[in-house]
Design a protein around this ligand. Sequence first.
Ligand SMILES: [Zn+2]
Length: 317
Amino acid sequence: MDQTVLAVDLGGTNLRVAAVASDGAITARDRRPTPKTGDANSIVQVIASLITDLRRTTDVEPIAVGVAAPVIMDLTSGRIDRSPNLPQLNEFRFKDELERVVGGSVFLENDATAAAIGESWLGASKGFQTSICVTLGTGVGGGIVINGSPFRGIDGTAGEIGHICVEPEGYPCGCGSRGCLEQYSSATAVVRFARELVKSGSTLSGKNDFTAKDVYEAAINSDPAAGESFRRMGYYLGIALAGLINLLNPEVIVLAGGLSSGWDAFFPETLRQIEKRAFRVPAGRVKLVRAELGDDAGLLGVAKVAFTSFEQGITGV
Ligand SMILES: [Zn+2]
């Protein structure tokens, strides 16, 4: 019989769970809002009840559980080091606690690394051995796959592409540093650029509150301030990607996340910076593509982690 794992995507807004078969087919799914109040155990309880419900309604007997979460892990100690968006998880022994509650092996993975694995398994970087996935959303996440395996670094913290410095004395970042890519190439940054640039006459000038999507729509309708906001975002992204191309010589870079749908507004400037800054051979080699799995990339990626780890007899990180 085909084996199944349960994959959990722990997001800042929603907690999603899916039953995933070994070929990547999602056979059942469910979701609940992520608890905003309470301690880390309230998150564990919601995940446990989603898993219990899914097992009951589908009759699935999973071999393992994988959880993709917006966390910086400490692989050595097996606990979450930091979770900027879900601070109640800071220094929490998530894996141990969830294993105790649900019974069985739990594998935890950083959400952006999980997305990179998912795209590499079944999406835009399928068939490539060396890939980078950059998630452009409220923040900027990154995941690296080298020779077909996720690159996690010695402690599990690798791939924090959003915290590469692109402006040495630039905006302060939530990580404690300043000038990080996340402060320049995220949806938050696009909105901030637009606020700085919008003058009377712009289609955005009458609005008190606008989103990156509003800025994108104004940009494709030739609004100069909106266009410049996306050009800046693309400029900084290009600087970071040129560095990654020189460093890793990847076959493919996948751009994921909600802001990647603004591709035509930022990508020409990104490409210009790559052509200007990266070495000719790796810049000529790398394919720059949009993600294919959408919101399911992290779920599928952590399902793959759970299958692989289970097959290798690893009992979880
Ligand atoms: Zn940072």
